[in-house]
Design a protein around this ligand. Structure first.
Ligand code: TRP
Length: 453
């Protein structure tokens, strides 16, 4: 038993509830919006394959390690890191990992909610009878939205307010209740969309694009993006899983729940990818459309589908829910710090943290139009935020988590949390200690151009 488990703290109601909230955090725009567009712009199957390998060999071990820190530390990301490192006699500086995570999560939330705002806008469009008849119309529907900072900012604000409202209510009555209903509904509708994509679209083309491996497309960029996406899609490295793990009961198995969470995320991504590429190819749209891919492809599909307006409405509503349950987990780490450490009431903490992400998000809205040409290294503000959080901060904090749990925490404590048979434990521990740091390290050294690779 950990020395820190005596303080009264809320817990998820049961294992199912924990799986649902963590799946809720992990399954989001990352799987439905980001995965298809990254696959489309990063060479298709090469990206998919490296992503799957990264999820399996890096994602699962780090997910377990991060959950373990949260559950053993029983606090917000900073105090969890402090508790756990103190318990193993290590430097309190490890708490810096909690800080980078919490701040990083708020920065991710700032652009995440702008993109979610696009979805809010499409829900509204479908509610009011939006339909498009040609590829050109579908594209301009999205491009008009991007060109209009006021609409972007309005939808972004609606989404941030929704997120704050749930987090302000607390863990069980807010976060848990929302997730238990929304996640199963999302699965159902994705399966329907994939079946529809299979019946009407070019499913063979989609499968070929996603799974026929072509080694010549395997570049350093593809590998770094796939690694970053594995972290992004599993919500790793930003304190979110640590915060959720801190409400996890001791009797729940970290290993089994992690496998469930990963399986759900990967399946949603693959289903969404197949459906979306089948439809994209069916309509002769290029898969390299970038961040607007699903917003350009899907409205056209729904226009040609019997009952498409209703189906489209449902689909975008559920994407919105998926985004919402993820955004909640991005806000929670800092909110838990403000309430526990500063003694603020939860609603106040939620509004203050949310306001920070909201303000940064306003700049993101401008980066699509007024400030489109303000670029650093060819990237606008949105792209800079996205790249620096998901391709740099997440893998590096993941690396630090692996080093901490693998090398700095006492093995006995680690064993206590990860109660597995000796063989499976040894396998996980070995991968976490050797493979994960090496793999991330090599990708970074290579990408930074060091040694002239
Ligand atoms: N995983 C989410 C998605 O795929 C995004 C997300 C939620 C996230 N919480 C996170 C990403 C924490 C990194 C860290 O949409």
């Amino acid at each position: 038993m950990s020395a820190f488990s005596s303080s009264p703290r809320s817990s998820w109601s049961n294992r199912w509830a924990y799986i649902m909230v963590t799946v809720g955090s992990s399954v989001g725009l990352g799987n439905i919006w980001r995965f298809p567009y990254m696959t489309g712009s990063q060479g298709g199957s090469a990206f998919v394959l490296v992503y799957l390998v990264c999820v399996l060999l890096v994602g699962i071990p780090v997910l377990m390690a991060e959950t373990l820190i949260g559950r053993r530390g029983r606090g917000n990301p900073v105090s969890s890191m402090l508790n756990v490192s103190e318990e193993s006699g290590r430097s309190p500086w490890w708490a810096a990992l909690g800080w980078t995570g919490m701040i990083g999560a708020l920065l991710i939330l700032s652009y995440y909610s702008v993109v979610s705002g696009w979805i809010v806008n499409y829900v509204w469009k479908f509610l009011t009878g939006f339909t498009v008849l040609s590829v050109g119309e579908a594209k301009s529907g999205f491009e008009d939205l991007l060109a209009d900072p006021l609409s972007l900012a309005f939808c972004h604000s609606v989404f941030v307010a929704l997120t704050i409202a749930v987090v302000a209510r607390g863990v069980v009555s807010g976060i848990e209740r929302a997730n238990r209903v929304l996640m199963p509904a999302l699965f159902l509708i994705l399966i329907l969309l994939a079946v529809w994509g299979g019946v009407t679209g070019d499913i063979a083309g989609a499968a070929h694009f996603m799974f026929d491996f072509s080694p010549e497309k395997l570049t350093g960029d593809v590998i770094l993006s796939a690694l970053g996406h594995a972290f992004f899609s599993l919500s790793l490295g930003m304190g979110a899983i640590m915060a959720y793990g801190s409400y996890l009961r001791r009797e729940t198995s970290i290993f089994t729940t992690s496998l469930w969470v990963v399986a759900a995320g990967v399946l949603v991504g693959l289903f969404a990818g197949l459906a979306i590429f089948a439809l994209t190819f069916g309509f002769g749209i290029q898969p390299t459309e970038g961040a607007g891919l699903i917003l350009k492809t899907l409205p056209l599909t729904f226009a040609h589908m019997p009952g498409g307006r209703i189906f489209g409405l449902f689909f975008f509503l559920l994407v919105l829910f998926a985004a919402w349950t993820s955004a909640i987990s991005l806000l929670e780490p800092f909110v838990s710090w403000l309430t526990e450490r500063m003694g603020w009431r939860r609603p106040l903490s939620a509004w203050v943290s949310g306001a920070f992400s909201w303000a940064v998000g306003l700049l993101v809205c401008l980066s699509f139009n007024r400030w489109e040409n303000a670029r650093v290294f060819g990237k606008n503000f949105f792209e800079i935020l996205e790249f620096s959080t998901s391709c740099i901060a997440m893998p590096l904090t993941g690396l630090a988590i692996a080093v901490f749990v693998g090398w700095r925490m006492r093995e006995a404590f680690v064993r206590e949390e990860i109660a597995l048979s000796p063989k499976v434990f040894a396998l996980w521990y070995g991968v976490l200690r050797y493979f994960v740091p090496l793999a991330i390290g090599i990708v970074f050294v290579r990408e930074s151009g060091f040694l002239g690779w």
